[in-house]
Design a protein around this ligand. Structure first.
Ligand code: CMC
Length: 432
């Protein structure tokens, strides 16, 4: 949809301190309504205040559509469940970044680039060695991505963007796997070009030089599904961070590195690690999930049901639905059972019937079941958010690219309502 077509030609009227202002009305391609307040401050001197940006559209975007009330998620118009069933992660990455599903030739070319750029500079291995064994892999991931800007400093946006996009996607899985190998003291396993993106990641994480590692198809497919489900989620905290940093024209690697830091937090991507730790805690405490449900409802307890609630979804997170089914399937196919899955299902069942959760429209989110699948695959808990980052990377890149290619993009610079002291005289130290 062309930007100019977003405007309906109608205005909303704002009555402010006795004066009337016209705010142009916008309607997106899925009929969501917005008010353009770009000129409000220049015309009236007033700004809008929206703590946490829950009502603020920071951009126009043609990448991802979410209808949180109806539990809908679409990448470039394709429903998430169709992409999950019919595409692989590399196809979805291409779709997000370049706007259309690739032809066979386009996909082959993209895959060629993703495999042939997956090595990292040997000097980067020295960086891994500098981290203490206690380092969280998200900290390592973010530092390493930022350091890519030192290895590819001559980044001309016009000529080098595509190759740097491929480099970043290709190398992130190598960096992720190396950071895991470093944390367990095993030798690094290099990428292999004949493997799929997800298969290569598993191989680099779990193979050892002394014996053959056979990639389990069930695990490879489950990992690919997880990456697809995480691939984009419009203007969330980490994506907005990537756009924020990128709006200053900071390079791609620096912008994505900042996004990784934002994702790390427990209210965002870090929730998958928190969910698993919470479920383990409940089990170690005797498995009394009802006790924890009561704690989640009691604000003074400071306890939140991790993996529940979402700023946008006020209905089932469609990704959580897919993952709940996938958790059952993967555990069944791997012949595993997990008491944590039972605790999770019990928590979900009572939460969905509980007035506190019903009134606040709190449903399980993508992080509620993903950790159980990662665990069944043998991925350690502190790597869960790294997996999320690998999945989210194409979305971050697509959003960064869209922002840079949108004419008239300005540096992100919100305003504030100042609440501090008004102008006062400075007193010398002996007079205070
Ligand atoms: N457990 C208990 N109560 C909750 C929870 C929860 N997980 N989430 C929200 N609430 C309550 C909250 O206390 C508030 O109650 P009240 O209206 O009485 O004050 C109400 O529900 C609304 O919550 P909020 O904190 O104002 O909502 P938000 O939109 O600011 O926060 C959230 C969204 C995801 C940060 C929050 O629901 C949360 O902290 N959930 C747990 C962490 C989590 O699972 N994060 C992963 C999000 S999905 C992956 C991603 O995209 O990052």
């Amino acid at each position: 949809m062309e930007t100019s077509k977003v405007y309906t030609g109608e205005n909303a009227k704002l009555l402010l301190q006795g004066k009337e202002y016209n705010l142009p009305i916008m309607i997106g391609s899925e009929k969501e309504v917005g008010l353009d307040i770009t000129k409000l401050r220049a015309d009236s001197g007033a700004i809008t205040v929206d703590s946490g940006y829950g009502n603020t559209g920071s951009c126009l975007s043609a990448i991802t559509f979410i209808d949180g009330e109806r539990g809908i998620l679409q990448y470039r118009g394709y429903p998430i469940d169709e992409l999950a069933a019919k595409s692989n992660f590399v196809e979805v990455a291409y779709l997000l970044i370049f706007g259309h599903l690739p032809t066979k030739a386009e996909l082959d070319d993209f895959n060629f680039k993703l495999t042939h750029h997956s090595l990292i500079h040997e000097d980067m291995k020295k960086f891994f060695e500098g981290f203490p064994p206690t380092a969280h892999p998200m900290g390592i991931l973010s530092s390493m991505v930022n350091s890519l800007s030192a290895f590819y400093p001559e980044f001309d946006y016009k000529t080098d963007l595509e190759i740097n996009i491929a480099r970043l996607i290709a190398k992130l899985k190598t960096i992720a796997a190396f950071s895991y190998k470093k944390s367990i003291g095993q030798p690094y396993i290099y990428p292999q070009n004949h493997l799929s993106y997800s298969g290569d990641l598993l191989n680099m994480m779990f193979a050892v030089p002394s014996e053959e590692y056979k990639i389990n198809k069930v695990v490879e497919e489950a990992l690919d599904l997880l990456l697809i489900l995480h691939a984009d989620h419009e203007q969330n905290c980490s994506t907005s961070t990537v756009r924020m940093v990128g709006s200053s024209e900071a390079n791609l690697f620096a912008s994505i590195s900042a996004g990784i830091c934002a994702l790390w937090g427990p209210l965002h991507g870090g929730a998958n690690q928190e969910v698993l730790e919470m479920l383990e805690h409940i089990r170690a405490d005797g498995g009394d999930y009802k006790k924890y449900m009561n704690m989640a409802k009691d604000k003074s307890s400071g306890f939140k049901l991790m993996g529940f609630g979402h700023r946008v979804y006020k209905n089932f997170d469609p990704r959580a639905k897919i993952l709940k089914a996938s958790a059952d399937k993967v555990l069944g196919q791997l012949g595993k059972s997990d008491p944590l899955l039972d605790i999770a299902k019990n928590l979900e069942e009572i939460a969905l019937k509980d007035d506190f959760f019903i009134e606040r429209k709190l449903y399980p989110n993508v992080d509620f079941y993903s950790g159980i699948i990662y665990r069944a695959m043998g991925i350690p808990t502190n790597m869960f958010t790294v997996m999320f980052a690998l999945g989210r990377l194409p979305g971050w890149i697509a959003q960064w690219k869209e922002m840079r290619e949108t004419p008239g993009t300005r540096i992100y610079r919100p305003r504030q309502i100042y609440t501090g002291a008004t102008k006062r005289a400075h007193a010398p130290i002996d007079k205070r």
